[in-house]
Design a protein around this ligand. Structure first.
Ligand code: ATP
Length: 340
């Protein structure tokens, strides 16, 4: 039986009329008259007027000119639930989006939502995490408003082996999406779950699953992606190891559009695992983004420290390490350190 988890936090409710207005304005990319808007959405012109005021107070820059109508002056780059839902129409109809101004951790909020009856698949977004989680109880630093903090939840109800490579595929698919958007990015994945740009961490993935005897009931993929933080704004303890898309490219990005890209990438990775689609080999796909390949690394496995040369991953996603004694080991989990 699933226990209900207590939550005090409520997701922001998004007005479907505001979403319909935004969709029309974005698609037309020009002035649209109040009457045309009212007619296409099926509401009165007075309502259009009220909704425009609401959108302006939510942060949208809307120009209004008599005889011409309304036009979006500039699309906001910060995460706004109305815009997230507008772009989210590209997702499948059953995919739900939840947005919170602040949560402790999006992975924890996803668990609470599920235990309170939310139907999967869904994604949780927030401006700010007060207790962002990394692996092994580590902390994910979550500067408010600048970066992406999200969790995407599925209920596969399949044998757990089906999803054993999910985190790796998600890393690959997220890298592919980011590279398509910003081809100049030097993007790599540090096995198993961190995205690096030019040797610094730009994103961390934390996958948490509920497994019971031989079934995986749920799986949550949490992702922190540094987007619009400046290098200086990272706290001292991670300033030399962290980076953001902005720090790498000297420009900022629309977090709403990126959020939907990240969901689509994650869904592609999930479907690949669930459909056992082996059109593409995991190790070949991984090679394109492998941060560790041909580097000397050390790691701790079951409390024991091993060093050697990283040789990529095998078909199951296990890291291949040529140990100093010449043997090749398959590492299924561990904490990797690069040797300088
Ligand atoms: P590592 O091998 O780098 O220690 P990990 O995979 O074990 O990483 P994660 O759970 O991915 O750890 O992330 C937590 C670690 O990432 C923290 O200990 C900190 O070093 C670093 N970190 C925390 N917040 C950020 C951030 N916003 N951007 C980049 N790095 C961060």
């Amino acid at each position: 039986m699933i226990k209900k988890l207590i939550t005090q936090n409520q997701p922001v409710e998004v007005d479907p009329t505001e979403v319909a207005i935004l969709k029309t304005l974005i698609e037309s990319n020009a002035y649209v008259s109040g009457s045309a808007l009212a007619k296409s959405i099926g509401i009165s012109r007075t309502t259009i007027h009220t909704k425009m005021d609401q959108l302006k107070s939510a942060g949208f820059k809307i120009n209004a000119i008599s005889n011409r109508g309304y036009c979006l002056e500039k699309l906001p780059q910060n995460l706004l639930p109305q815009l997230l839902h507008t772009y989210g129409q590209a997702l499948s109809k059953d995919f739900q989006l939840f947005f919170y101004p602040s949560v402790d951790s999006t992975n924890l909020e996803a668990e609470r939502l599920f235990s309170n009856g939310a139907k999967t698949p869904f994604a949780v977004f927030t401006h700010k995490q007060t207790a962002g989680k990394g692996r092994l109880g580590r902390k994910w630093h979550s500067q408010a408003n600048k970066n992406l903090y999200c969790s995407i939840m599925f209920s596969p109800n399949t044998p757990p082996e089906k999803l054993q490579s999910f985190t790796l595929w998600a890393g690959i698919e997220v890298c592919r999406s980011l590279k398509a958007l910003i081809p100049s990015l030097d993007l790599k994945i540090k096995w198993p779950n961190d995205l690096y740009c030019n040797g610094k961490k730009v994103s961390g993935i934390l996958t948490e699953a509920k497994i019971d005897s031989d079934r995986m009931h749920t799986i949550i993929l949490g992702l922190g992606l540094n987007i619009n933080s400046t290098q200086k704004s990272f706290p001292k303890e991670i300033q030399s190891i962290a980076t953001s898309l902005r720090a790498e490219t000297h420009q900022s990005y629309d977090m709403n559009a990126l959020s939907i890209e990240i969901i689509q990438a994650t869904v592609r990775a999930y479907n690949k695992c669930i459909e056992s689609n082996d059109d593409e080999s995991l190790s070949d796909a991984w090679d394109a983004f492998d941060y560790l390949r041909d580097r000397t690394i050390s790691l701790t496995e079951n409390g024991k420290k091993i060093s050697g040369l990283a040789l990529g991953i095998n078909v199951y996603g296990a890291l291949q390490l040529k140990a100093n004694d010449g043997t090749i080991r398959s590492i299924h989990s561990g904490d990797v350190t690069l040797k300088r």
